[in-house]
Design a protein around this ligand. Structure first.
Ligand SMILES: O=C(O)[C@H](O)[C@@H](O)[C@H](O)[C@H](O)COP(=O)(O)O
Length: 262
């Protein structure tokens, strides 16, 4: 038995962003000392905005963001053009890339290949190929290992585009999966598989606001919640997982949270 996931709770988004920054920089620095590159996967939803607040704020001595050493991938993406309002790429571009000062350098970003928008299976296969090209061949690597995955938690307990009860949760072969009937619009998406998510070196969730308290209670305090996609990540990746939440999101949660700091 490993240790349980870490649950860090903050008064507000400002404090949360400050600690998230320190956490991401630690992951960045340890990845750079291991292999000179920092490979990160990010989700959509509210995450890119908070991540932007974390990365683009003044440093308080914990070092600097070295975007020129970053490779950014999408933990899930909607099958829409890259300039579409629903695009997670556009969200990351608007909230982080376009706002970053030039001195932080430019990350290498891996968006979906929009040539394949009409065929989600092909879109997923092509994105998997992007991972194969980055993490070496599928024959030599059983699973790609991201240095960090930054994820959100939906009100139903979904993460990436892995939804509760989906047969995709049992996938243990493909790295990237197509979805054509997502319960959260838009219906057509691709997502990393659960084994790829839990194989990451570190996995962080960001969940804020009172709208998350019921699902947080389920995930952390009940056996049924441990079967939800976010609960499965907790159970399988254990202490590799850190949750960054605000107080309203954990109101009534019994699982012990460390308040106010990492
Ligand atoms: O593209 C997506 O739909 C997201 O990647 C999705 O997995 C998101 O992270 C959660 O739904 C949480 O979203 P919020 O943070 O907005 O609640």
């Amino acid at each position: 038995m490993g240790k349980p996931p870490n649950l860090y709770a903050f008064q507000g988004t400002n404090e949360l962003a400050q600690s998230l920054r320190a956490y991401v920089l630690e992951a960045q620095n340890s990845a750079l000392s291991r292999h000179q590159v920092f490979r990160v996967a990010v989700s959509g939803g509210s995450l890119p905005k908070v991540l932007g607040q974390a990365l683009l704020r003044e440093t308080t001595g914990e070092g600097s963001v070295q975007f020129d050493k970053w490779e950014i991938f999408f933990a899930d993406e909607r099958a829409v053009p890259l300039d579409h309002e629903d695009s997670n790429y556009k969200l990351v571009k608007d909230e982080i890339l376009d706002k970053a000062p030039a001195e932080l350098g430019k990350p290498k970003v891996h968006p979906i290949d929009v040539k394949y928008l009409d065929d989600v299976q092909e879109l997923a296969d092509q994105y998997e190929q992007t991972l194969v090209n980055t993490f070496a061949s599928r024959d030599s690597v059983r699973l790609p290992m991201f240095d960090l995955l930054l994820l959100g938690c939906g009100p139903d307990g979904h993460t990436c585009s892995l939804f509760p009860g989906s047969p995709l949760l049992r996938e243990n072969e493909a790295w990237v999966l197509p979805i054509s009937d997502s319960p959260k619009p838009p219906p057509k998406r691709i997502t990393l598989s659960l084994p790829v998510v839990t194989h990451g070196i570190k996995i962080a969730f960001v969940a804020t606001g009172g709208g998350k308290k019921d699902i947080m209670k389920q995930i952390f305090d009940t056996d049924e919640g441990r079967q939800l996609p976010c609960g499965l990540v907790n159970a399988q990746a254990q202490e590799k997982v850190s949750w960054f939440v605000d107080y309203p999101a954990i109101e009534g949660v019994s699982f012990p949270a460390r308040r106010g700091s990492l």
